[in-house]
Design a protein around this ligand. Structure first.
Ligand code: AMP
Ligand code: ZN
Length: 671
């Protein structure tokens, strides 16, 4: 391929993959299969390797992700990040308008913007490059979360040529789309983790995470709405919004320039209805005086600008009666309380249930009593939430509600791990919802994806005593005749099911590992573990130290894995599954060596790199005969270090006098 053709193809692929990333991460609506996506990504990586000078540093092949940074550096804001005055009433808006008229006369405009419900972020650009991202903090200083913010696809890391100043700051709101929130929150629940209450909490929890590789997996988005420079650059806020868009920033297109307060009120009314059709949550409208010199004239109070105000929509709230609290047992044994309510109409739907999250919500935050009258709200979340109790209506002798002490399904006393909010039923081998849930997880699409076998069939077969463990699924064919005795279970469905089961024996190790349902071992973690440990025996005997040296495996996951493999029943299960012919070993790719320049040499790759992903570097090393080690020891020959390398690794390598080289130096060694 000629460089010109390559350039065209690289640009096409880049644009296409970025769109797919956006569809997948932001909209949570992928329009391409994972397989096709990976193929395209491979093509792009191949072209970038052949024509390195054409590679875009922001290419989809350069997945962001890094090491634990432990804690955030506090940074002082160049311009303080104030809050906004806010109101729920039209009258107060009219008063606001009057105050402004008194100060600057009649000749001014407003800009109305949606008030995004996320967390505000200050981004600093120097010479067109994103150099810093800082949270609001206390308004005067915030946390430097740059590595995490760099994972957001819609925030440009490097601007194209443009008429922007050498140094400027922009502010915006980091948030998570509702769809992505629901998908990820479901995943959390499936992995036995405590779900987040709403997209805002999920977004802010994510931005404060220590591991940016983990952040990269959680799709955040950002709308930008404020431009700050030393010298005046534009006359109006509206102009600067247009400029931001030109420079490649993601601004929201719902903003409107309004000639007077009546137009503002129209805008507010419009979005009061339309907001439910957005893919993200807003909690109101922000109204700003457009002209910067007029803004200056109006000035600030101690807390907020006088030239802006937020109009907040009332969350829809109703009062209803608490009928009972029931408990659901998930496949990991987590016991989640649910409030059953007298049905009421709320924001267009009939509400019968509300989440109660955990024991503390019932006993400490709400202090629920039997028959309480409760206020229920529906924000962005699909499941409504109990906001508070109407104490005036509490019955005189009502008993407080206590979170249960025993499993509602099997009567085993519940347990709570230190530092966790959820209570668990420890009887994982004897508790029906856990048994059924584990098998349902195993056959699910993302795990073994067994055709001809669904959740209901699993439940039916469990009730009829055909299956208790995953391994029993592979014994079903021996009982084909008995299966035919089950009413409404046709011969065709049985054949389909048994075929599906047979085929699933070919599923790769990573899928089997995910299917086992080890707590905190989600899809990606299973993949990483499979790659790192190669087979189940290595994984089962891995020590805590060995586990945490694997990419992305932290304390919590390591402990959970050790606990799982220390269970006798789990070991027996795995033996049975092995005997049935499931894959417990990673299929090794045939590697043809490019050279033996690294033969006998050992490497560790750490940190993030501009030009390569870590997997690519690993491939290059192995293709030239080198070996990747899992932990730093005196045996190690080279530490290949990128940005944001963990401080402990660096210290250890320095102590042991191990040469630390860059990716360029590594490539240099290959000549
Ligand atoms: P409050 O937190 O109620 O004081 O409201 C101020 C916050 O609203 C700001 O710190 C921003 O995080 C947020 N916000 C959301 N959308 C906008 C917007 N379009 N313009 C300004 N601030 C916004
Ligand atoms: Zn139980």
């Amino acid at each position: 391929m000629s460089p010109i053709e390559a350039k065209k193809r690289i640009e096409e692929l880049t644009a296409e993959l970025k769109q797919h990333n956006y569809n997948y991460y932001v909209l949570a609506m992928p329009t391409i299969s994972d397989y096709d996506f990976d193929k395209k990504l491979e093509q792009l990586a191949e072209l970038e390797k052949q024509f390195p000078e054409l590679a875009d540093p922001d290419s989809p092949t350069q997945k962001v992700g890094g090491e634990v940074t432990k804690e955030f550096v506090t940074v002082r804001h160049r311009w303080p990040m104030l809050s906004l005055g806010n109101t729920y009433s039209e009258q107060e808006l009219l008063d606001f308008d009057q105050r402004i008229k008194k100060a600057i006369g009649d000749n001014f405009e407003y800009v109305c913007e949606l008030k995004f419900d996320g967390l505000s972020m200050s981004l600093t650009y120097e010479e067109g490059k994103l150099v810093r991202a800082v949270t609001r903090g206390d308004g005067v200083q915030g946390d430097d979360v740059t590595t995490n913010i760099r994972t957001i696809h819609t925030i440009p890391k490097r601007l194209k040529e443009g008429d922007y100043p050498e140094l400027f700051e922009i502010r915006g709101e980091v948030f998570m789309h509702r769809k992505a929130f629901e998908r990820l929150n479901d995943e959390r629940m499936q992995n036995g983790e405590v779900p987040y209450a709403n997209p805002r909490n999920f977004a802010s929890g994510t931005v404060k995470m220590q591991d940016s590789a983990e952040v990269a997996k959680r799709p955040l988005d950002c709308f930008l709405y404020g431009f700050y420079t030393d010298k005046t650059y534009f006359k109006t806020h509206w102009e600067s919004l247009q400029a931001l868009e030109r420079w490649g920033f993601n601004i929201n297109h719902s903003s409107r320039l309004c000639a007077n307060i009546n137009e503002v009120l129209e805008f507010i009314e419009l979005w009061d209805k339309e907001r439910f059709n957005l893919s993200y949550d807003i909690d109101g409208i922000v109204i700003k005086v457009n002209n910067y010199s007029q803004q200056q004239e109006l000035g600030f109070t101690a807390k907020s600008p006088r030239w802006a105000i937020a109009y907040k929509y009332k969350a829809e709230r109703v009062e209803t009666e608490l009928l009972s609290v029931t408990y659901q047992v998930g496949r990991t044994g987590a016991v989640t309380p649910v409030a059953n309510l007298r049905p009421v109409l709320l924001a267009g739907t009939t509400v019968k249930r509300a989440t109660l999250h955990n024991a503390d919500e019932i006993e400490i935050r709400l202090q629920l009593h039997e028959g309480d009258s409760v206020f229920v709200e529906k924000g962005g979340e699909i499941i409504p939430k109990i906001i508070s109790v109407n104490l005036d209506k509490r019955h005189a002798n009502a008993n407080p509600i206590h979170y249960i002490k025993k499993c509602p399904a099997c009567d085993t006393p519940l347990e709570r791990k230190e530092g966790e909010a959820a209570w668990y039923c420890p009887n994982d081998e004897g508790c029906p919802p856990q048994i059924v849930g584990k098998m349902q997880h195993f056959i699910s699409r993302k795990a073994m994806n067994i055709d001809g076998l669904g959740d209901e069939t699993i439940e039916l077969l469990y009730k009829r005593d055909f299956i208790h463990h995953i391994s029993d699924i592979y014994k079903l064919y021996e009982r084909a005749d008995e299966l035919k005795q089950i009413e409404r279970f046709g011969e065709k469905s049985i054949t389909n099911m048994l075929d599906g089961v047979e085929k699933s024996k070919q599923m790769p190790f990573e899928k089997v590992l995910f299917g086992l349902g080890i707590r905190y071992v989600g899809e990606t973690v299973a993949k990483k573990l499979a790659l790192h440990f190669k087979n189940i025996d290595n994984l089962a005997k891995a020590s805590y130290e060995e586990l945490i040296t694997a990419e992305e495996i932290g304390d919590r996951i390591a402990r959970s894995i050790i606990e799982y493999f220390s269970g006798e029943i789990h070991a027996q299960e795995i033996e049975k599954l092995k005997a049935s012919g499931l894959q417990f070993v990673v299929e090794e790719k045939e590697v043809t060596l490019a050279s033996d320049k690294f033969a006998g040499k050992t490497f560790i790759i750490s940190g993030t790199f501009e030009k390569f992903s870590r997997d690519e570097l690993k491939d290059i090393i192995e293709a030239n005969g080198g070996k990747i080690l899992s932990s730093i020891s005196a045996k190690l020959n080279y530490l290949v270090a990128g940005d944001n390398m963990g401080p402990s690794k660096l210290e250890k390598a320095t102590k042991l006098n191990i040469p630390i080289i860059s990716d360029d130096e590594l490539m240099g060694m290959l000549g």
